[in-house]
Design a protein around this ligand. Structure first.
Ligand SMILES: Nc1ncnc2c1ncn2[C@@H]1O[C@H](COP(=O)(O)OP(=O)(O)OP(=O)(O)O)[C@@H](O)[C@H]1O
Ligand SMILES: [Mg+2]
Length: 446
């Protein structure tokens, strides 16, 4: 670009010079031709000297053979000249010719030749030589200035490109580093991206995903920890009972029978936990597809209430129900039955003697709503958000008495969600609880 521009500038300046020089050379040639033809060189000497002084250069008159007839510096008279410009015009190839020639190391001269024509014949040439050192210096200056400007511009462009590339790749590099860290097992790795736009969005989404993976990993190990703990407790109890039986062979038969009964209970409890765990993990892995069919929800509630009636009576509780007739929906019967069972079972377990448990079922065109009320111990506000978590129990000591593991509600919620429904709870300490399950009644179900 710089070269192109300086080339343009210098050729424009030279062209201007050429036009001026050629015009004055032509004029001069026309005016001196008659005198030259008449070989009246003396008459020309003064005007030519003046003209040379005006132009700040030197003028030569050359005859048709190329011999210098007059030199305003009086040096070359009588010599033959082979200046290309003069040769060109004398040969008739052109009426004028122009060129720049070096004079010595620093100086250049512009030579301009014009043909002297007399009676239609070329009788010689006028050659004007003017120094162009200044012009060349000016051009060189322009050249160097342009070059400086272009170096600065190119440098700035390069810097800008580097900065741009850096800002673009830095977040990607940061993201790659974090992904590698995470790949090596550091789940706490997060990207810190300062940019905005798409890359920030990408980094944010990545961080959200990383957060979820970390939480998932934590809850999984928590789950395994809790599960092992829950399984260990009945095993420890059984070992204790068994050791008693082994080391006291002469134990009274009654006590022995009681120990055996306790062990049997522990085994029941153990297998109950294992069944729950299996149910949960199968639902997690989506290995248990719902076997949907039309279920008479009213009948299902009645059966469950019937099954739990003895437990309620034993605990001295009133079990009441208000069930809408013929509520049917598309559902997996055994899972739905577990939902109802667990909720009523909890209500009975966590309601002290003399209390009340009421089961309501009603429906509209879109959904069936089952609610289980109790007048029991309730759930403290701080525990409410957690009661659907696996192994979560409000009062561990108390639920051990009742044999709870804290898996019931998490199974219930998962089953309800599998059916596209939702479960909510309203409760407070000592104020009883209401668990409400809403299930969609699909078109054509009712
Ligand atoms: N109706 C209720 N009234 C008061 N607290 C309840 C009620 N239902 C559940 N809870 C509290 O929520 C906890 C979790 O209930 P969940 O049914 O998941 O476990 P669980 O009954 O202890 O054991 P599991 O049902 O696995 O045998 C219970 O331990 C209890 O503290
Ligand atoms: Mg329960």
């Amino acid at each position: 670009m710089a070269a192109l521009l300086t080339g343009l500038v210098s050729s424009t300046l030279y062209a201007q010079r050429t036009r001026q020089a050629s015009l004055s050379a032509e004029k001069l040639a026309a005016s001196v031709a008659p005198f030259f033809a008449a070989a009246d060189l003396e008459a020309l000497e003064d005007p030519l000297n003046n003209a040379a002084a005006d132009a700040g250069g030197r003028i030569l008159l050359i005859d048709a053979e190329g011999k210098v007839q007059l030199d305003t510096l009086s040096q070359l008279e009588g010599t033959r000249t082979s200046v290309p410009e003069a040769v060109t015009v004398l040969s008739g190839a052109d009426s004028r010719s122009y060129g720049i020639h070096p004079m010595n190391e620093n100086d250049h001269a512009a030579l301009c030749a014009a043909a002297m024509v007399y009676d239609g014949e070329i009788i010689g040439a006028v050659l004007i030589s003017t120094p162009v050192t200044e012009l060349r210096q000016a051009i060189q200056e322009v050249e160097s200035q342009l070059l400086t400007v272009f170096i600065v511009v190119a440098g700035a462009a390069l810097m800008a490109a580097l900065i741009f590339a850096f800002t673009l790749t830095a977040p990607i590099k940061a993201l790659t580093r974090t992904i590698r860290r995470m790949g090596k097992g550091d789940l706490t790795a997060r990207v810190d991206v300062q940019t905005s736009g798409e890359l920030k969005e990408l980094a944010d989404s990545y961080n959200i995903m990383a957060e979820k993976i970390e939480n998932f990993d934590q809850s999984r190990s928590q789950f395994v920890q809790n599960a092992s703990h829950e399984l260990k407790t009945p095993l420890a109890t059984m070992k204790l009972l068994l050791e008693n039986l082994i080391y006291q062979p002469d134990m009274p038969a009654e006590l022995r029978a009681e120990f055996m009964q306790d062990m049997n209970n522990e085994i029941d409890r153990l297998s109950g936990i294992i069944t729950d765990l299996l149910t949960l993990t199968q639902m997690d892995a989506e290995q248990t597809p719902l076997t949907l069919k039309t279920v008479d929800f009213t009948a299902l509630c009645e059966e469950t209430l019937h099954a739990l009636q003895p437990a309620a009576s034993k605990a001295n509780l009133t079990l009441d129900d208000h069930l809408a007739r013929n509520v049917s929906l598309m559902a997996d019967e055994s899972k739905l039955s577990q939902v109802v069972y667990n909720l009523i079972d909890n209500a009975i377990k966590y309601t002290p003697e003399g209390g009340k448990v009421i089961v309501n079922l009603h429906t509209d065109s879109r959904q069936a709503v089952l609610s289980v009320h109790d007048t029991g111990i309730g759930i403290p506000e701080k525990d409410v958000p957690h009661i659907f978590d696996r192994f979560y129990r409000v009062d561990k000591a108390r639920s051990r008495e009742t044999g709870g593991t804290g898996l019931g509600l998490s199974i219930v919620r998962q089953m309800v969600q599998l059916h596209g429904g939702e479960i909510t709870v309203e409760s407070a300490s000592d104020a009883g609880s209401v668990f409400t399950v809403t299930l969609p009644v699909r078109k054509g179900d009712a």
